[in-house]
Design a protein around this ligand. Structure first.
Ligand SMILES: [Zn+2]
Length: 199
């Protein structure tokens, strides 16, 4: 193969996606296109939420959170696989974040706050796919992605508080905290997104 040398200064260019300049979004598209071909789930990285929440979301999408059911499937001996929040259902990921009475009540309140009249689903992937269909106008899509992430994050934190912190987090504060957290992430972590309490 012949090498053609050109006049000019040396420069570094990114050759993976033909864009020449490196970008996280381009790399993500590349990973989705070539490494996740067997999965219909793309990667999700939302700049408007903290890194730890993105990592949390990734674990949710892969069903890798240490729910009691998942721990028992991995051979860990645990006293009960019942949900620590309600004590009724088996604590699978879907139960913990969406299907338990507690999670449903939280989501109902979030739906009401966001004026959503339909049931979107009982998994994070369904929520995420629904968000992907929303218009980007007025950052509607981003806002709903952030609100969904804040909701899952707070429900999981509440569950951990019940298990490891003697339930110090109050159930009645959860929805209020989700609203505060969503507003704070959108207002302070994303310069392009203008939010006000009216939104
Ligand atoms: Zn439960």
């Amino acid at each position: 193969m012949g090498i053609r040398l050109q006049e000019g200064n040396d420069q570094i260019c990114w050759s993976l996606d033909g864009e020449r300049d490196f970008s996280v979004a381009g790399t993500r598209r590349n990973i989705d296109a070539f490494l996740h071909t067997g999965s219909d789930m793309g990667t999700l990285w939302c700049n408007a939420v903290p890194k730890k929440v993105n990592v949390f979301a990734w674990r949710v999408m892969l069903d890798q959170l240490p729910t009691r059911y998942n721990l028992s499937c991995r051979g860990m001996e645990i006293k009960s696989i019942l949900c620590p929040t309600c004590g009724v259902g088996m604590e699978t990921l879907s139960h913990a974040l969406f299907a338990s009475c507690f999670a449903k009540e939280v989501w109902r309140n979030i739906y009401r706050w966001c004026n959503i009249s339909m049931l979107i689903g009982e998994s994070f992937c369904e929520w995420s796919e629904w968000c992907d269909l929303l218009p980007t106008r007025n950052n509607r899509r981003l806002k709903m992605q952030v609100i969904g992430l804040a909701t899952c994050w707070m429900i999981w934190r509440f569950r951990n508080s019940v298990l490891f912190d003697a339930g110090r987090m109050r159930k009645s504060d959860i929805v209020h905290n989700i609203i505060l957290l969503s507003f704070s992430w959108l207002a302070h972590r994303n310069k392009k997104c203008k939010v006000s309490w009216v939104d």
